[in-house]
Structures are given as structure tokens and as C-alpha cells.
Ligand binder design. Structure first.
Ligand code: UDX
Length: 447
């Protein structure tokens, strides 16, 4: 165990909390992971991750075995650590605004537990929260429930996370920056020291600021990334109408300009996942509350929703009316290497296909159990990609799984009734699929 700065606790064992706790424990910090879900806690205590995340299982198992990571549903265990990260969820309400009830509840319970603590304790808000939440919501609840003075008895910081699903452990171990927002120097100094111990010589740039700026950085980051995707999808939709043009080449060329950069310019069926849609809606809602309508962000979201329609239009172009046609949808997860289907573009596409009277068969290497819970019972789930293709009139590739990348033109031909293929992820080189009735997002018609 590292001495000096003591140990840490993390409240909320969702994907951010668990990956954060595991990363700290892997560096030798004594870490307490806290959650109200007893089943989750039991799994973590046995070194089993309650969610799929590459690398997590191995690192978690080691940390639990070494007793560096302890999981409990008893929030009072946080008192025996020096700092507590709040990583509970901040879902959307039906109007898109942020639901802070978990943050409020966890803060109140932590504060009550901290009443008995004699020494200083640092509280860090890592959950994604709209600007002002740390100051106007967390701070007063913490002060009231603990009967302590914030700034002297208790420290308080905002410290957003930027973890990507699928690479969360790696992102936690090698972040490109750390953002710390606080009103008092002692809190930010202590968190900076904690991270200095964590990263040692690999300490990334640390941006020290106030809580509101730190909170807005997280939203700005996600809004920018999502806008970049909606931007390239817009260009893709234009490219699609121009003979001989492929948006991939356009993206590659503009990406050489350092002001634009090459990443996050992959045209596709639209973004999904737990963050982009939720956070952009929360930011729009937050802005509209003070009378500003961020039309750019509305357009980002609108473009994203409409992109599913563009994918279905491509299928119609190849196949004609979809009524009664068998359509194979390869991939349900919002991106590869995850079983997460939250806000996945595949769900929007499948719904549109069903509305048009198509018969849908789908396959995903990991996401079927999750998909079964939300997808209409009219959709058939196949045992593998080849059986999904059997007898299909058209196939739409929706997720960039490596095993789909390996399918050749002859594989499609061997299984399908009519080998029409919509590459919504741009997995394939069009040259190699010329024997099929092939099209892709952002690919203009043949000259
Ligand atoms: C995202 C942010 O990247 C992360 O910093 C934040 O903390 C949480 O939200 P994540 O949701 O895990 O992470 O997914 P990400 O890898 O960013 O992809 C989001 C979506 O955009 C996926 O559906 C992906 O397929 C899509 N995408 C991404 C594109 O369509 N094109 C691209 O060029 C990049």
C-alpha cells in the first residue's frame, strides 16, 4: 500500500467507477469500491467484473487478490480513506435534462458518514454533471449532511473523466490530461498530489481551474467529438451523390491539416453509446434554461438521428421496396468490442426497417443478450454472421467487429438470396466487393 496520501474510495461501481477504482488499486493504492447493488459488490469481491471491458477482468482479479481493492455496500467505509470519488450515474430525464438524484443521494449519505471523521477528507465529483452542480448541489448537501465546513474540514473538487468504453483501463492509466476544478487551493493541491503519486513520471498535463469550467470541459469534449462525427456524416451524405467520390479519402486528406486532425472522422451510421446523446441533450437543456439555444448541438443530434434513415435509404436503393424482404443486420453494439447497445444506431435502423415491413435477422458477437431485452419480438436473432445472411435479400453491416471485416464477397454470395450489401461502417474496400450489389456510406455511384 502507498503511504502518505492514504487510500481512496469510489462511490458508484458502474463502468467509470469500477475502472477508476481498479486503476487506482492496480497502482498500489488501497481502494474501497462502494455501491448499493449487493449483487455487483459480491461479484467484485470475487474478482469478477459485472460488466464487459477489455483488460478489466485481469487487472480487477489481481487487485482483489492482493486486497488492494475491497468492495462494499457500506458507505461508511469511505470514512477510512482519505479521498472519495463520486462516480454515480447522471441519467437523462424524459425532457433530456440531467437527473442528479443519484449524485444528491450519494453526497448526502457520504456527508452523514463523514460526520464522525476527525481529519480532513477530500470529495471528488467525477460523475458528469452540468456546470454549477458541484457548487450549487453537491457543496450544500455535503456541508449540511456532514455538519462540516467545506474548504477547511472537507475538500471538494470537480474532476471529470474521459474514459472510452473498450479502452477504459488504458485510458485511466494513460490520460491525455487531468482537469481539476476547485474553489480552494488545499483541495486541488491534494488531488494533484494524488495524481502525481498515481502517474509518477508519466503525469499528464493538469489543468487547474474552478469547478464550473471543469464541468463544462467534459460537455465541450463530448459535444465536439459528436459534432465531428455528424460533420463527417454530412460530408459522407454529400459524397454519396457524387460519382467516383469516397468520403474516406476526403477525411484522410482534411485530417492532415493539424487544425482538423485525423481522428474521429470515420463516417458511419451515426454515433451511439451512453454518453454523447445524453450529454449533448443535457447541455442543450442546460443552455436553454438560461435562454440560449445551441443550434449547432441540435443539428449534431438531428444529423445523427437522420443518419439511420440514410442507411435504410441505401438498402432501398439496392433492393427496392423493403416490404417483405429479409434484411440481415450485422452488428447491434454501438461500437465493436462491447456488449453495450445504449443509443446504438443499429436500434434506430432496425426500427425503421420494421416500419417499412422488412423481416429482420440480426447477429452480434456480444450484444444479443442485451438486445433481446429491447428489440421487438419480430426480430430474429441468428447464431452467427453466416446464418444471419442465409436467404437474405440485403445485408447491412452496422458494427465494425473484426469478424465481419473478414467476410469476403464470396461469403455473402454463398449465403444470401440476393447479395446486396450496405457497408454502413466502411469496413470494406469497394474494389473487393464489386461482384456484389454493393454500396457504402459516403461512397458515390460508380463512374
Ligand atoms: C465517448 C467519449 O469518447 C469519451 O471520451 C467519453 O468519456 C464517453 O463518450 P464512448 O461512448 O466509449 O466514449 O465511445 P467512442 O469510442 O467515443 O464512440 C462513440 C460513438 O461514435 C460510437 O458509436 C462510434 O462508433 C462512433 N464513432 C466514433 C463514429 O461514428 N466515427 C468516428 O470517427 C468515431
Amino acid at each position: 500500500m502507498k503511504s502518505g496520501l492514504g487510500s481512496i474510495s469510489v462511490i458508484g461501481m458502474g463502468y467509470v467507477g469500477l475502472c477508476t477504482a481498479t486503476a487506482f488499486a492496480s497502482k498500489g493504492f488501497r481502494t474501497v469500491g462502494i455501491d448499493i447493488d449487493e449483487k455487483k459488490i459480491e461479484q467484485i469481491q470475487h474478482g469478477i467484473a459485472p460488466l464487459y471491458e477489455p483488460q478489466l477482468d485481469g487487472v480487477l482479479k489481481k487487485a482483489v487478490k492482493k486486497k488492494l481493492l475491497v468492495a462494499t455496500s457500506d458507505i461508511s467505509q469511505a470514512v477510512n480513506t482519505s479521498s472519495t470519488f463520486l462516480t454515480v450515474g447522471t441519467p437523462s430525464r424524459s425532457d433530456g435534462s440531467i437527473d442528479l438524484s443519484y449524485v444528491e443521494k450519494a453526497t448526502g449519505e457520504l456527508g452523514t458518514a463523514l460526520r464522525q471523521k476527525k481529519s480532513y477528507h477530500l470529495v471528488i465529483v467525477k460523475s458528469t454533471v452540468v456546470p454549477g452542480t458541484t457548487r450549487k448541489t453537491v457543496r450544500p448537501i455535503l456541508a449540511r449532511s456532514s455538519s462540516k465546513n467545506i474548504g477547511t474540514d472537507l475538500g471538494l473538487c470537480s474532476n471529470p473523466e474521459f474514459l472510452k468504453e473498450g479502452t477504459a483501463i488504458d485510458d485511466a492509466l494513460h490520460p491525455d490530461k487531468i482537469v481539476i476544478g476547485s474553489d480552494d487551493e488545499k483541495s486541488s493541491r491534494m488531488l494533484k498530489q494524488l495524481y502525481t503519486r498515481f502517474y509518477g513520471r508519466n503525469l499528464p498535463p493538469i489543468i487547474l481551474t474552478n469547478p464550473e469550467t471543469a464541468e463544462l470541459v467534459k460537455y465541450a469534449s463530448n459535444a465536439f467529438l459528436a459534432t465531428k462525427i455528424s460533420f463527417i456524416n454530412t460530408i459522407a451524405n454529400i459524397a454519396q451523390e457524387i460519382p467516383g467520390v469516397d468520403v474516406n479519402q476526403v477525411a484522410e486528406a482534411i485530417g492532415h491539416d493539424p487544425r482538423i486532425g485525423p481522428l474521429f472522422l470515420k463516417a458511419g451510421p451515426g454515433y451511439g453509446g451512453s454518453c454523447f446523446h445524453k450529454d449533448i441533450e443535457a447541455l442543450i437543456n442546460f443552455s436553454e434554461d438560461f435562454g440560449y439555444s445551441p443550434i449547432l448541438l441540435r443539428a449534431t443530434e438531428e444529423t445523427n438521428v437522420r443518419q439511420a434513415g440514410r442507411v435504410v435509404e441505401l438498402a432501398e436503393k439496392l433492393t427496392g421496396s423493403l416490404q417483405g424482404k429479409k434484411i440481415a443486420v450485422l452488428g447491434i453494439a454501438f461500437k465493436k468490442d462491447t456488449d453495450d447497445i445504449r443509443e446504438a444506431a443499429s436500434l434506430r435502423v432496425i426500427n425503421l426497417l420494421l416500419k417499412k415491413g422488412a423481416r429482420v435477422t440480426t447477429y452480434d458477437p456480444m450484444a444479443i443478450p442485451n438486445a433481446r431485452k429491447v428489440i421487438s419480438e419480430n426480430v430474429e436473432f441468428a447464431a452467427d454472421e453466416r446464418s444471419a445472411l442465409n436467404g437474405a435479400d440485403c445485408c447491412i453491416v452496422m458494427t465494425e467487429w473484426n469478424q465481419f471485416r473478414r467476410l469476403r464477397a464470396k461469403d455473402y454470395q454463398a449465403h444470401m438470396h440476393t447479395s446486396s450489401l450496405v457497408d454502413a461502417r466502411k469496413l470494406y474496400d469497394p474494389k473487393d466487393y464489386g461482384t456484389l450489389n454493393f454500396t457504402a456510406i459516403g461512397l458515390g455511384p460508380n463512374q
